[in-house]
Ligand binder design. Structure first.
Ligand code: PNS
Length: 161
């Protein structure tokens, strides 16, 4: 039984995140999608509870995917759940420095964890949660960037009719 954690801030979940969830759910017996705080990203658009609810909605069709949250360190959550594999997506070279140092820092704190990088689908590699928020903040549709069932949640936040 191989279990993995897919961590992130998911503010909000994008089609890029969905692609990684789908592919990871095929690779591993169990996948825990965990919403965590990113110390650099202050004032999230969605509360932790809203993000967990949205992730639960978009992953309800996967029998081996569960959603959790933590306000602590990722490696502590992994230890608590007895999971050693952390999945992260790489969209391109811009992600690489941050992702490498995070993987190395996590490894230093907890030698048991292994970070597995997955290359993002090239058709989705331009998508980020920040881009979703920026486009929506100008009143434009983000229907090609987020799962359909959470589109209205983003639109509500920006009063997009
Ligand atoms: O989607 P993001 O914002 O790129 O995800 C980053 C996240 C939330 C996975 C990362 O910031 C994290 O693990 N936060 C929890 C606190 C932690 O463990 N920090 C140490 C990382 S070096």
């Amino acid at each position: 039984m191989i279990r993995a954690i897919y961590p992130g801030s998911f503010d909000p979940i994008t089609l890029g995140h969905m692609d990684l969830i789908e592919r990871s759910a095929r690779l591993f017996d169990e996948l825990i999608v965990c919403v965590l705080n990113n110390a650099v990203k202050k004032s999230p658009l969605f509360s932790l509870e809203e993000r967990v609810k949205m992730l639960g909605d978009v992953t309800s069709g996967f029998s081996n995917v569960t959603v959790a949250s933590s306000d602590g360190l990722l490696v502590d959550f992994a230890k608590e759940k007895d999971v050693s594999i952390i999945i992260r997506g790489l969209r391109g070279v811009n992600d690489f420095d941050f992702e490498l140092s995070m993987a190395q820092a996590n490894k230093t704190i907890s030698s048991k964890v292994e970070t597995v990088f997955m290359a993002t689908d090239p058709a989705l590699s331009y998508i980020s949660s920040s881009m979703v928020k920026e486009i929506a903040s100008y009143g434009k549709s983000v229907k090609d960037l987020v799962p359909e069932i959470i589109l209205h949640k983003v639109e509500e936040k920006y009063n997009i009719l």
